[in-house]
Design a protein around this ligand. Structure first.
Ligand code: PRX
Length: 659
């Protein structure tokens, strides 16, 4: 399946780049004690492969590798011949080293209930869950679906799968039954782990009915259900089993097998430029090496004293790499929070930081901008002096939000690390190092040691400093995706065909090098939107809209949004006979998209239009629709088949704006 060829970043995008002269050198205390110093860049540059081998030695291997990298573009195998168990690396080895009493997870439920889980308890829980999965028939290589809220069982379940060599596929709890069903079918999974529900915005939010709807008629044979909310949920005898009935009676002893470094660890679905999400495949040894190294280097974790909190959901790659695998491999003590930042009040994050003495915080620009809107007096009520480093991920962070984060949350003391990476890259690729880099607000700055990134023009030629173009990765890296599940052709086509001549991985992002050669990310250059740091494809939302009987045709664009980065704006043509019922229709269609994909994909605005702007070859000109959605004067319309279309669309403004 071919992906839409991307357009180059426009001059507008490039000139929108902030001119930023402020510099924030590392605090001297942090620099003096930093886990990673400037020497790492030189080490990695002198022998990149040897550098990654050194990082892989931070893990426990059952048998060492014989060949660090086998690269048959675009397919990589890292640490060939090596055997390891990912869960043993994340849990058992810390207990064996005498750290069983160290807290692994301070879990905070949204209603205020808490659980404290030490590494020894985590080991018991993971072993029991692994034994339970074996009882359900799970064997190495079997795919297990996980559809859970942010509760400790999500971590136990992921690690239990890893322990058994059974790749998990976590589906974000905010996705719909339909989205879960598609992923179950694509992964061909037999076991699903879910819960009655979770707490969200002060209320129980049921998951089990959606899990049932999704599993119906698929290959799912067993459903393991965690009781979290205690609400009554449908239960299918023979297929469903309660976690507390099955897992709690298992032995806490489980002898782990060692698996090949390339054993699949997980499949995580993400939006591409077609309607069908891609199952991004990650494997074990290389992934865990880079997850652990980057967490150690970028967050400067000191396992004996730091309290780390990544406020992501385990349904996204950030939760996989920086809640589960990286921090646990590094023996972190971390906070895990179930709910939303404003429940029961807008100071919830700061209350949690004060309560646990959080030192390292990792969150997304959209969250930071929301806090900015709520005002400085909210965090001012709490003691945030424990914080020593702040991280940002998911979308470009504007310098204003960066400065606010550092000053208001970090008390003007803390470095801010803006980390660029993707589901596909598996771990952080471009980021300042907190003890080395003089930070520039708004820039992700430099590729980490051992990573090779560049910005190239449409022909794959690196642009000079000051130039803009496409972000590419020019050398394979340990945590790179190993493919798209079941679709090697789409893998090669999506990531490796754009700059096939040079053998570069094309990230799908526009970027600029400033005068110092530092990198500034400019957002996607393909038809993928970034809403609150979540990837949603325009085509996916369009196909959800046209699956509604009232809609004949739909075009979707991501329009700049001051809080969420981009907001989804949909232009729809109704079928003959369907009436434009105004706000009522917009509400119906928004709900329809929520049912098809999930609430995160609900359009912010829906405009009913008589026509869509198309080129002579029939391609929808999203650029013009974006101009309309962002209230800009229209760009060049000369390639339109019928330029009067834009007058018809503009005449439909003002729009039916939703919440
Ligand atoms: O466009 C980039 C943006 O998020 C995309 C990856 O999305 P996803 O796979 O969902 O992973 C998000 C969490 C790693 C990228 O292609 N992105 C991510 N981090 C940044 C970013 N854009 C700018 N700056 C970042 N720090």
């Amino acid at each position: 399946m071919s992906e839409t060829p991307p357009a180059p970043p426009s001059k507008d995008t490039l000139s929108n780049l902030m001119h930023e002269d402020r510099r924030f050198p590392p605090p001297s205390g942090l620099a003096a004690e930093a886990n990673v110093t400037a020497a790492a860049y030189a080490d990695a540059a002198s022998d990149r492969i040897a550098f990654w081998e050194e990082q892989a030695r931070r893990l426990d291997w059952g048998r060492p590798w014989t060949n660090a990298l086998e690269w048959e573009p675009p397919f990589a195998r890292w640490f060939e011949g090596g055997l390891l168990n990912v869960a043993v690396n994340a849990v058992d080895r810390h207990v064996d080293a005498g750290h069983g009493d160290q807290v692994a997870i301070h879990w905070e439920g949204e209603p205020g209930d808490t659980r404290t889980i030490t590494y020894a308890q985590l080991k018991d829980e993971v072993c029991k869950a692994a034994n339970a999965l074996v009882e359900l028939g799970v064997r190495a290589g079997d795919r297990v679906m996980i559809y859970l809220p942010m509760i400790p069982e999500a971590v136990f379940a992921m690690l239990a799968c890893a322990r058994l060599g059974a790749p998990h596929s976590v589906v974000f709890g905010g996705f719909s039954a339909e989205a879960l069903r598609n992923r179950i079918e694509d992964a061909r999974a037999r076991v699903l782990i879910t819960a009655d529900g979770g707490f969200r915005r002060g209320r129980p939010n049921a998951l089990k009915p959606a899990a049932d709807e999704a599993a119906e008629g698929t290959g799912i044979e067993r459903v393991l259900v965690v009781r979290r909310t205690g609400e009554t949920v449908p239960f299918t005898e023979g297929r469903d089993v309660w976690w507390h009935d099955l897992v709690d009676r298992q032995s806490a002893a489980h002898t782990p097998d060692y698996f090949d470094a390339e054993q699949p660890l997980f499949i995580l679905y993400t939006s591409g430029t077609t309607a069908k999400p891609k199952g991004i495949l990650h494997t074990s040894g290389g992934y865990l090496t880079q997850a652990a190294y980057t967490h150690h280097a970028v967050f400067d974790l000191k396992p004996d004293t730091d309290v780390y909190w990544c406020a992501a959901d385990i349904g996204w790659v950030t939760g996989h790499t920086y809640i589960v695998y990286g921090p646990l491999a590094n023996r972190a003590t971390q906070v895990m929070y179930e709910g939303t930042p404003d429940t029961p009040h807008r100071g919830r994050f700061w209350e949690i930081i004060q309560k646990y003495g959080v030192t390292l915080l990792y969150t997304a620009p959209t969250v930071i901008r929301t806090f900015m809107k709520w005002g400085e007096d909210v965090p001012a009520k709490y003691d945030l002096s424990s914080l020593r480093l702040l991280g940002s991920v998911g979308e470009p962070i504007n310098p204003e939000a960066w400065i606010w984060y550092r000053d208001t949350i970090g008390g003007g003391r803390t470095p801010v690390v803006d980390t660029w990476w993707q589901t596909e890259t598996g771990a952080i690729m471009i980021s300042p190092l907190p003890g080395v880099t003089a930070a520039k607000p708004g820039s992700a700055q430099v590729a980490l040691p051992g990573i090779a990134a560049d910005v190239v023009d449409g022909d794959g030629v690196p642009v000079p400093d000051g130039g803009g173009g496409y972000l590419v990765l020019t050398e394979p890296w340990p945590s790179m995706l190993r493919g798209i599940w079941g679709d090697p052709e789409r893998y090669a086509d999506t990531y490796w065909s754009r700059f096939a001549g040079q053998g570069f991985y094309f990230a799908g992002d526009g970027a600029k090098k400033d005068g110092d050669g530092d990198l500034w990310l400019l957002g996607r250059v393909d038809d993928v939107m970034n809403v609150s740091g979540h990837r949603i494809s325009t085509t996916e939302v369009e196909s959800a809209l046209v699956s509604n009987p009232q809609v004949a045709e739909a075009a979707v664009v991501g329009a700049t949004d001051p809080t969420t980065g981009q907001g989804i704006v949909a232009f729809v043509i109704l079928r003959g006979g369907a009436a434009d019922k105004g706000p009522e229709l917009a509400a119906e269609l928004r709900d329809h998209v929520a049912r098809e994909i999930g609430p995160i994909a609900k359009p912010r605005q829906i405009l009913v239009v008589p026509e869509l702007p198309k080129t002579r070859s029939g391609k929808i000109m999203r650029r013009l629709l974006r101009d309309v959605a962002e209230n800009r004067s229209l760009g060049d319309v000369t390639t339109l088949q019928d330029s009067s279309v834009m007058d018809l669309i503009s005449a439909k403004l003002p729009t039916s704006k939703e919440d």
